[in-house]
Design a protein around this ligand. Sequence first.
Ligand code: ADP
Ligand code: MG
Length: 306
Amino acid sequence: MSEALTTVGLDLPRFREGKVREIYQLGSDLLLVATDRISAFDVVLGQPIPHKGRVLTQISRWWFERTGDIVVNHLISADPDEIIERHPPLAASRERWEGRSMLVRRTEPFPVECVVRGYITGSAWKEYKASGTLAGEALPEGLVESQRLDPPIFSPATKATEGHDENITFSQVRAVLGNAVATTLREISLKLYARARDIAHEGGVIIADTKFEFGVSDEGEILLIDEALTPDSSRFWLLADYEPGRSQESFDKQPVRDYLDGFVAQGKWDKRPPPPVLPPEVVESTSKRYLKAYEMITGSPLISSP
Ligand SMILES: Nc1ncnc2c1ncn2[C@@H]1O[C@H](COP(=O)(O)OP(=O)(O)O)[C@@H](O)[C@H]1O
Ligand SMILES: [Mg+2]
């Protein structure tokens, strides 16, 4: 099994490099490779988290296999043998990308992040406290922080290439995508989230909110793309620790946040690069949390003995 990698660095045309993923172009397919990089406070840290890339990829794959009846997704294969069968040159670099990669269909992404919130926290809690609304729509009075929302709420955002995404209203989505597409994306997003929230809850994980992306294929079909329902695209909370009326710990990133908060509190870090170096025990406890998240969601361990 491969070691923790900050960069995978395949010798292929690069489509995009994100904070965590490297995306390569293979004809009309893309290879989405999740590195073991972790970001906190929007800064990528220097120490990779063992198993994180594999956890992200395998959680996405698991959800893609369980939501195909709601919407078609971009996944062609996450099986290394099958990926090599389709793209034989990848055989040479196999141990660098296997397990952490998905071969997907390339689409034209819609320029909207389809966020669904089933619990009120983060920027949504800020908006509600300030104006009693979420994504511009009025919510009932008297909600407390982290309270469960029934029904969940579609709260879209723009895709910012740099910096923070900005929350927008559904009418703004309609103005960008047209009424038919906007309505379809909202409906699909809510269905996906409702299913995932219930499944994760049974495993003891709260998916407080999540972000979906959609794209259109060459044939004009709408596909679910990107990663889906992972700890990087969602807020995961431990159900056993959940208590409305306060903010909740992040299931996966809390050890990292706590450690960095200590530096900020002592005036030793201003949340800009370069970030502090994570000590081995923080790296290890974070790695264990990612593996645990995989196991609680899917019901099986990712590896038999971490
Ligand atoms: N099937 C696809 N077709 C086209 N673009 C895709 C597809 N899947 C994902 N993407 C794009 O890849 C990008 C990943 O970049 P980014 O989110 O910045 O990476 P990271 O999550 O590592 O920070 C997303 O913006 C998404 O729109
Ligand atoms: Mg992303």
